[in-house]
Design a protein around this ligand. Structure first.
Ligand code: AMP
Length: 623
């Protein structure tokens, strides 16, 4: 049996892992302790580290050490304006690493100040998913395919690959998220079948990916198993959380109108705000299937119970402008791709927020109802699903078979290819960009061009590598540089130096230069100019993770119990208010005091003791 290669969607807000199941011959999404999707959150405490839902539950009580959204800064330098902009929104601190100018997240972990790179945070999420896959498969998992947004550059891909290595994974392939989503629907083989005898027939696939915090639209052209990204667009700050925010603001207005004192107190009570936010999100999910729901939070502040009816019409009214932005973006990206609505053959929905009926119907109307929305694969899981399809193809070397979840025959003899998202080249005199590999070239690929010197008797050349589409290198992204010495000593323009760019299947670049006459040679694996992790760094990080594994598992269990305990207490609170029995009122007051003042430092045994009190007094089982 082939060694498994799992597929991981390492998302901004959620991640997901899937693998090929030899028994059922299809892709299975694997449950972690957080469920089928795992929040990409890591929280650091005095006792250890939490990942996923357990980490997210710490946001109110431990905001400075609860880290999320690192995908927004992974592979970027600290001085990148995007990093500065993103850091403004983070409740945790980010500083500039002293060695390489990379961003470092500052946390208090086991009572010590630690500075961690975004790659390390992502590695904790990946390790959690690797562990889940190992439990599911009953064996060690060593390899993975990990997805990244189509617009990720070389550094961001490299950093994602490093995150995989820190998590103990050999990252066999980095693939684009929209490509993975298309794979999950078997669209790579569909064209082959439908176009049998007509190889010129191309599929044009629109991938509409609306997640928790990001929105991506991609147009892919598929030709003989190669996906070419024609255009991408979207908004790095638009998603389900924005829809939650509009509803939350509306709830706060209602609360203010009913009781301005409660409204005021809410602002200083992160625990109550996070309970309200959770109720809002649940209500939003509920009205994707029903027409209306009661949004309720018992004892939101002291004995104030909040309740309001949320229906679809209200939800759509509150979010009309945001929904319109999403639909307008599809039109813009289609224009960029020079693809008309009639040319589109498939529309794939990805991301939890595509379950919103108004989004689905707007898309359906936009395409005149002519094409079916591909939504049979769970939208939160489509990307991981496609990554697992790619993993299976790599693991079996094309000899595997079977059907994917969408029912399409897997074309496992096809080596799936991706394309490079940005053009790659070197700097010439006058800061001109000389492109060797054009964007959208299928990878892996290799290109050589011959260059010469600009000064007489010059024996050294600086090879400075950039990615980007602009003719002037200052507007592009510098990837790195190296020097070739021993160039033929001759008049300017006479030496001939071959520069070769080899881009591997992960989109990672190797550059070499060779003088045709002297044979002098220099080469470099082009990684981020600054802030690359060395193998030693990575090995140390792997060892640290191993050392603390057992404690972290215990902490996760304890935290889940504490969340359940908290929920139980809030539920019991309304019961006690109704019955008003003095002994129960006293018992509850003691428990609430303990929760407020002592629960953060309580031992697991102490927590279980309180859980038993709740069970004995109110028959409410804390689990
Ligand atoms: P993702 O990052 O793709 O997993 O998307 C998560 C986002 O999808 C969150 O904002 C969720 O609130 C949202 N979501 C999940 N299920 C639903 C649903 N049934 N209706 C509306 N939004 C949903």
């Amino acid at each position: 049996m082939a060694e498994p290669i799992i597929g991981i969607d390492l998302g901004t807000t959620f991640s997901c892992v899937a693998c090929w199941d030899e028994k059922t011959n299809k892709v299975e999404v694997i449950e972690s302790a957080s469920g089928r999707t795992c929040p990409s959150w890591v929280s650091f405490t005095k006792e250890g580290k939490l990942v996923g839902t357990a980490a997210k539950s710490q946001v109110a009580s431990n905001p400075k050490n609860t880290v999320y959204d690192v995908k927004r800064i992974i592979g970027r330098s600290f001085s990148d304006p995007v990093t500065a902009e993103e850091c403004k929104n983070f409740p945790f601190d980010v500083v500039e690493g002293s060695a390489h100018g990379e961003p470092k997240i500052v946390v208090d972990w086991r009572g010590e100040r630690k500075e961690l790179r975004p790659e390390e945070i992502s590695a904790f999420v990946l390790a959690e998913l690797k562990g889940a896959a190992e439990r599911h498969l009953g064996k060690e998992v060593k390899s993975a395919v990990i997805t990244v947004p189509a617009h990720f550059n070389n550094q961001q891909r490299q950093a994602t690959k490093d995150a995989g290595r820190i998590a103990g994974l050999d990252v066999k392939r980095i693939i684009n998220e929209p490509t993975a989503a298309a794979l999950s629907y078997g669209l790579h083989s569909k064209n082959d079948k439908e176009g049998a005898g007509d190889k010129s027939k191309k599929a044009n696939v629109v991938i509409f990916d609306l997640g928790g915090g990001t929105f991506d639209v991609s147009v892919l052209a598929m030709d003989e198993g190669v996906f070419e990204v024609k255009a991408t667009g979207g908004d790095t700050h638009l998603g389900g959380e924005d829809f939650d925010n509009t509803v939350l603001a509306w709830c706060l207005e209602q609360i203010k109108a009913k009781n301005s004192d409660v409204h005021k107190k809410l602002q200083d009570n992160p625990r109550a705000m996070s309970r309200l936010r959770r109720a809002v999100e649940n209500a939003k999910r509920a009205i994707s299937s029903g027409m209306s729901t009661e949004l309720e939070v018992d004892s939101l502040i002291a004995d104030f119970d909040f309740s309001v009816t949320l229906d679809r019409a209200k939800f759509e009214e509150l979010n009309a402008a945001l929904f319109k932005r999403c639909i307008d973006t599809v039109k813009e990206v289609l224009d960029d791709a020079q693809c008309s609505i009639d040319d589109v053959t498939d529309l794939v929905l990805v991301g939890g927020s595509t379950r919103i009926p108004c989004i689905q119907s707007s898309l359906y109307n936009m395409f005149g109802g002519k094409i079916e929305l591909c939504k049979s694969v769970h939208p939160d899981e489509a990307v991981a699903h496609g990554a697992a399809v790619q993993g299976h193809i790599l693991a079996t070397g094309g000899s595997g078979g079977g059907k994917d979840l969408a029912g399409a025959e897997m074309t496992t003899d096809l080596l799936l290819l991706d394309v490079t998202p940005l053009s790659l080249g070197i700097e010439l005199e006058g800061k001109q960009m000389s492109t060797l590999i054009k964007r959208n070239t299928p990878i892996p690929c290799k290109k050589t061009r011959t260059y010469t010197t600009v000064d007489d008797w010059q024996t050294e050349i600086d090879v400075v590598v950039f990615e980007g589409e602009r003719p002037h290198v200052d507007a592009n992204n510098k990837l790195g540089s190296f020097v070739i010495s021993g160039v033929q000593r001759a008049r300017a323009g006479e030496p001939k130096v071959d520069v070769t760019f080899a881009l591997d299947a992960n989109g990672i670049l190797n550059v070499s230069a060779r003088d045709q006459v002297t044979g002098a040679e220099a080469r470099a694996e082009i990684k981020a100019e600054k802030g690359r992790l060395t193998s030693d760094d990575i090995d140390k990080m792997i060892a640290d993770a191993e050392r603390y594994r057992a404690q972290d598992e215990e902490l996760a269990e304890k935290t889940a119990y504490k969340t359940a305990l908290e929920e139980a207490l809030f539920t019991v609170q309304s019961k006690v208010a109704e019955s008003n029995k003095p002994n129960e009122v006293k018992e509850l007051a003691d428990l609430m005091d303990w929760l407020e003042l002592d629960s953060d430092t309580a031992t697991f045994d102490d927590m279980k003791k309180r859980g038993r009190v709740i069970e004995d007094t109110w028959g409410f089982i804390v689990a």
